[in-house]
Design a protein around this ligand. Sequence first.
Ligand code: IMP
Ligand code: MG
Length: 185
Amino acid sequence: MQDYKDVLAEILIEAEALQARVRELGAQISADYVNEDLLLICILRGGVPFMVDLSRSITTPHMMDFMAVSSYGAGKRESAGSARVTLDLQTDIRGRNVVLVEDIVDSGHTIASVLQMLETRQPKTLKVCALLDKPERREAHVPVDYLGFTIPNKFVFGYGLDLDEYYRNLTFVGVVDLEKYKPSS
Ligand code: IMP
Ligand code: MG
């Protein structure tokens, strides 16, 4: 894989701005769930860095769980259609306050189908916390209760978001220069 510097068009959100916004979201969630039970559900794999940082800024005692979904008909750098659960929760969410933590809401199909599936398990409340939102790409309506940043319709990477599974570890969110990026296969 190329060095990230060779495929980076521009830094869209600096590490400091991400950390500051995540702390604000953590404070907001802490305030909303005072004296309430709380379960954070991270959607693998993109939600991991966000979930870890967010969790550390939430003062409400809470549990964490993880699930993975794959979208049907997804192209290499796209997602489409409905999602299939590839790794399910270990936790029974019935009667619990759940906050779903996701890296980005793009077409909205992933979150829409996860929400639909989780609703059938009868949580007490079910909210969505997304780091990024690309509203121009929206096809399915999804309520985003806690949002980090609204971004333009550009392919981004870093802080959980991948470019063909690489670069999730970067501390900032950058825009990919698709002319410079050479996919290995
Ligand atoms: P949706 O179902 O179209 O909302 O897709 C959301 C998923 O697509 C996210 O969880 C990401 O895995 C992926 N995705 C969408 N946009 C980007 C991007 O700009 N960079 C990296 N992954 C993206
Ligand atoms: Mg993802």
